[in-house]
Write a protein that binds this ligand. Structure first.
Ligand SMILES: CC1=C(CCC(=O)O)c2cc3nc(cc4[nH]c(cc5[nH]c(cc1n2)c(C)c5CCC(=O)O)c(CCC(=O)O)c4C)C(CCC(=O)O)=C3C
Ligand SMILES: [Fe+2]
Length: 350
């Protein structure tokens, strides 16, 4: 496998606290300048304390990176993998300084976010613009993989398994992180609304991969983890409200597919496995939550394939992007006003 012109891969993620004393400073990092109400922050802090003050996210990222190193080695590629986060140690700036010290000149980077939005794309690119300041290093972004076969395959496999012994009236409930309506509208470009549309495409692709007898099951896209001011409209319905509606309609069983998340981090283990599950139990709904990709071999191979594709593109070749469905591949380089920062323009990478 030819990875020229890259001399490293940078794995870019959100970060999370690792011990109780980390929780408040982590939340301050996440929410600086965001106008999140104090009560919401205290509430979210409690979610972390319920899990001993440690988010699963960093360990999950360590596992993916170890698997990625194995995948690269198995393809005879000698390419170092670095790791940097937006909100917690190891921070992006430290990773980039280390890379430059190690002689890295041109790295590809992978975002642990599959869909277009300010939070999942441009904010990371702003973080990278800040973190590379004064450093002599070139970066190339790997495209967002919402419709890559290697992203969809683990969800298909896990949803098939969850449906194998599910009752006939089961609803397939796809869940992602809610974002403000205005952030959704700006996703992919002004008025494009790519965030929601990309999720609908991923949901359709998962449904199309199920056993023929399950492909016609009713499904919906719903949201979790809303924050911000209650006066600001965010994408709805909330997963808990949706479960109530389904139960009121006489539905008895749900399979919850967290397509918005690449690993079983706090949003998944608290907002879905704790809160939404408790809602389902109160309602007498059978509730099964399928796993996220995590370190699934198809997901890890996908990162390596994206690296190979982008390397070819940067060498001036014209690689055919691996995608399924009808949305087309997310571009290598975002359009200039893609996923705008609604609080004001800031320098962003790519
Ligand atoms: C689209 C999206 C993704 C997916 C794409 C991506 O991965 O980036 C994502 C991921 C994550 N979000 C996470 C945690 C948090 N997100 C918050 C707040 C917010 N998220 C938002 C959106 C997203 N978030 C938004 C619009 C806000 C409001 C503030 C703002 O406009 O930025 C807050 C503040 C408290 C709260 O109000 O919930 C926390 C603690 C964790 C770590 C989990 C762990 O620790 O295991 C992860 C992976
Ligand atoms: Fe978030």
């Amino acid at each position: 496998m030819d990875v020229r012109p890259f001399d490293a891969l940078l794995y870019v993620s959100f970060g999370g606290p690792e011990k109780p004393d980390d929780v408040v400073p982590f939340l301050e990092n996440v929410t600086v300048g965001k106008g999140i109400p104090r009560e919401r922050l205290e509430e979210v802090g409690e979610h972390y304390f319920l899990f001993g003050g440690r988010s699963p996210i960093n360990d999950l990222n360590r596992q993916v990176i170890a698997a990625l190193e194995g995948e690269l080695a198995s393809r005879d590629v000698d390419l170092p993998v670095y790791w940097g986060n937006r909100n917690w140690d190891p921070y992006l700036r430290d990773a980039l300084e280390q890379m430059v010290a190690d002689g890295v000149r041109h790295a590809a980077y992978f975002l642990t976010s599959a869909y277009s939005s300010y939070s999942g794309c441009r904010q990371y690119r702003e973080n990278l613009a800040d973190a590379t300041e004064g450093l002599d290093i070139e970066l190339s972004r790997l495209r967002l993989p919402f419709n890559h076969p290697g992203f969809v395959a683990p969800f298909v496999e896990h949803t098939r398994a969850a449906l194998a012994d599910a009752p006939d009236d089961t609803h397939v409930v796809f869940v992602t992180h809610s974002i403000p309506d205005a952030m959704n509208d700006a996703s992919g470009g002004p008025g494009v609304g790519a965030y929601r549309d990309q999720h609908l495409e991923t949901a359709r692709l998962v449904m199309a991969g199920l056993e023929p007898r399950h492909q016609g099951l009713p499904w919906e896209l719903v949201y979790c983890s809303r924050s911000g001011s209650p006066r600001t409209p965010w994408l709805e319905p909330d997963v808990n409200d949706h479960l109530e509606k389904l139960a009121a309609d006489g539905v008895t069983s749900v399979v919850v597919v967290p397509i918005g998340f690449v690993s079983d981090h706090m949003e998944v283990v608290y907002d879905l496995d704790t809160e939404a599950k408790a809602t389902a139990e109160e309602l007498g709904l059978r509730f099964v939550r399928v796993p996220t990709p995590g370190s699934h071999p198809a997901f890890v191979a996908m990162i390596t394939d994206l690296l190979q594709e982008r390397a070819a593109a940067d060498r001036g070749e014209d690689p055919t992007p691996a995608t399924i469905g009808s949305c087309g591949a997310n571009p290598w380089v975002c359009v200039p006003n893609c996923c705008a920062n609604l609080r004001g323009d800031r320098p962003a990478h790519a």
